[in-house]
Design a protein around this ligand. Sequence first.
Ligand SMILES: [Ca+2]
Ligand SMILES: [Ca+2]
Length: 139
Amino acid sequence: MLSNYGKDPPQRLIRAPPPSDSATPPSRITMTLTSILSAADIANALKDCQAPDSFGQKKFFQICGLCKKTPKEVTEVFHILDNDQSGFIEEEELKFFLQRFSPSARVLTAAETKAFLKAADDDDDGKIGAEEFQAMVLS
Ligand SMILES: [Ca+2]
Ligand SMILES: [Ca+2]
């Protein structure tokens, strides 16, 4: 039997989707570290600095294979590490450096964070810019 509701009700105003929220992070960062570095190399690099105060950025970059990457790839890694996309890796982000590679990794100790920052921060502004990062990794 035919329904009384066979006719579509008049279309009401269809709500437009809300304008994209400006608080949403830009989607340009879809890269992950494992799309640049091999998971096995990352695991090895993390294993090497498991003990507190055993982290050294030079050794870490060598083992994880970042030293052998192109400047463009190193810059991509920089943007991944720049968690809040401020254009710099700040001390606070540096502290969680290892966790960007693996969520279960430890945080860097205060001494490691300071040494890491000092090794890269050529202009002494207390944070690492893209060029400073590249120079540190590829030097
Ligand atoms: Ca930042
Ligand atoms: Ca700097």
